[in-house]
Each structure stands twice: as C-alpha cells, then as structure tokens.
Ligand binder design. Structure first.
Ligand SMILES: NC(=O)c1ccc[n+]([C@@H]2O[C@H](COP(=O)([O-])OP(=O)(O)OC[C@H]3O[C@@H](n4cnc5c(N)ncnc54)[C@H](O)[C@@H]3O)[C@@H](O)[C@H]2O)c1
Length: 257
C-alpha cells in the first residue's frame, strides 16, 4: 500500500475541521489508529461516521491552548495505545481580516495563542513521548501565509511564519533522537476557513474573491482537503524517513509564481 501506516498511532488536533477530518480518514485508511481531538463544541459526527470502528478511533476534547487539557489528551493516548508515532499538529484559526491599523489587538493575541502557543504546546507535550520510543513524525500546519505576506491577515501571517520557525527549531533539536518534524504549507483550500477569509476581505462578495484568488494560482483552482491529507500521509510514513525540518507547499504552484 502507498505510504502504509499499519498499526501506527496518530494523534490529530483540529480533527473535526476540513483538513484534520480528511487526514484522519486517509491515515485510518492506510492502517493507522486515530486519536482525534478538537474543541468541546466541535462536530465529531462526520469523523465518527467515516471511522465507525471504535477500535480504530478515539475522540478526545481539548482546547490546544490549555496545557492541562491538552496534556490529558496526550496522557490518555499513551494510556490507551502505548505511544504516539504520528502527530498532526493542525488546529488553527484564521482570525480577523483587517488592515494593520484597524486590526483588533485581542484578535491578534487570540490568533497567536491558538496558532503559535497551541503548536508549541503540542510539540512540548508530544516530543517526550516520541523521544522515549526513539521515533516519531510530527507534521505542523503552517500555510503559504507562513512563507509570504497577505493583506488583511497580519496575525495569521505572523503566526504561520512562527509555525515554520517552530518546525525548524524542533527538527534541529530532535532529529538526532529519531523524531522528524516537518510542516505543510497549503495554499487556499476549499473550506470553511477560506470562505471566512474571502468574506472578511470583501463582505458579501466571497465568491468573487474566491475566483480572484484562484486566478492567481498556476493550477487555476483551490486545493482540496484530500490533497493536503495526501502530503501529510507521506510525511507521516517511512517513505519520508530522511525528510526533517522541511516545509512542504501544497499550493498548486502559488508560491513558485
Ligand atoms: N483551509 C485552508 O485554506 C488552509 C490553508 C493553509 C493552512 N491551513 C491550516 O490548516 C489547519 C486546518 O485548517 P482547516 O481548513 O481544516 O480549518 P477548520 O477551521 O476547518 O479546522 C480547524 C479546526 O481547529 C479547531 N480549533 C480551533 N481552535 C482550537 C483550539 N484552541 N483548540 C483545539 N482545536 C481548535 C477548530 O474547532 C476546527 O475544527 C489550520 O491550522 C489552518 O490554518 C488551512
């Protein structure tokens, strides 16, 4: 099987969202056992419907900015499955869309708290588990906004650049212990998050903004959550055994243009 993940234990944050859900389904299809976590009010229905086998799916609720709650998720994962082989550190928010002088400061702080502190806490909590086993693959969710600027999205851009920095810091620090740490940098993906950004950029004209963004992408379309999941599955697998500290764009050529 391509990028087989038979028997691997995969912890996924933001697992009820578009990319987390697609990735959970793909990793499960390749043989991984899934621990899916998201906010208390998240809709886990589609996930439970897609992976009905309770032996292959454990759903746990936690806010990734809450160290104690996130720590409890990690502890319960280890208690149930013994270790964590794959960690998709994926939860994130887009935050407000506004030019810097108008950008709400509390909105800026919130984006940094979820997208940077949340990713940091994931690394802090999961790395010791993987270090004990002497192996593991961590995939952080950055974005093309972690590599280039985007008007109206200062907090999101800053936070996703920080995710790239955390990825490189962790890869350098833990490579010798058998832990690979990489990030994915998706471009616009057909999803609630992109619709929210489009609507924020031009209220009432999301469809026009969508088409305008798509026209700038060499492949002339947005990506799909499944197309992101495929890259995560590769990075999670032994086929990526020598890939460490890398940033994988999944953007239809957007950042190459
Ligand atoms: N959708 C895109 O176009 C796109 C592009 C590039 C990068 N990304 C990144 O990919 C990741 C997933 O995006 P998505 O499109 O699936 O978004 P989404 O909003 O569908 O999913 C994100 C999930 O994270 C969860 N979440 C948010 N804050 C949380 C918190 N404090 N604790 C726990 N869970 C929390 C949400 O409940 C949600 O289910 C994000 O980090 C996002 O920034 C998305």
């Amino acid at each position: 099987m391509t990028h087989a993940l038979t028997g691997k234990i995969a912890l996924i944050t933001g697992a009820a969202g578009a990319i987390g859900l697609a990735t959970a389904i793909l990793l499960a299809a390749r043989g991984a056992l899934i621990v899916a976590t998201d906010m208390e009010d998240a809709d886990f229905g589609p996930l439970r419907a897609a992976i009905p086998d309770e032996g292959h799916l454990l759903v746990l609720e936690a806010d990734v900015t809450d160290e104690a709650a996130f720590g409890a998720v990690v502890a319960q994962t280890v208690e149930r499955f013994g270790t964590i082989d794959i960690f998709f550190n994926n939860a994130g928010i887009e935050g407000p869309v506004a030019p810097i002088p108008d950008f709400p400061t509390d909105g800026f702080r919130k984006v940094m708290e979820v997208n940077v502190t949340g990713i940091f806490l994931g690394l802090k909590l999961v790395i010791p588990i993987m270090a004990k086993a002497g192996l593991g693959s961590i995939i952080n969710s950055s974005s093309v906004a972690g590599m280039t600027g985007a008007a109206g999205l200062c907090a999101y851009v800053a936070s996703k650049h920080a995710v790239l920095g955390l990825t490189r810091a962790a890869a350098v620090e833990w490579g010798a212990k058998g832990i690979r740490v990489n990030c994915i940098n998706p471009g616009p993906i057909e999803s609630r998050m992109m619709t929210s950004i489009e609507e924020g950029a031009s209220p009432g004209a999301a469809a026009e903004v969508h088409d305008g963004f798509a026209a700038t992408i060499p492949m002339k379309r947005y990506g799909t959550p499944d197309e992101v999941a495929g890259v995560v599955a590769f990075l999670a697998s032994d086929d990526a055994a020598y890939v460490n500290g890398a940033a994988y764009t999944v953007d239809g050529g957007m950042t190459a243009a």
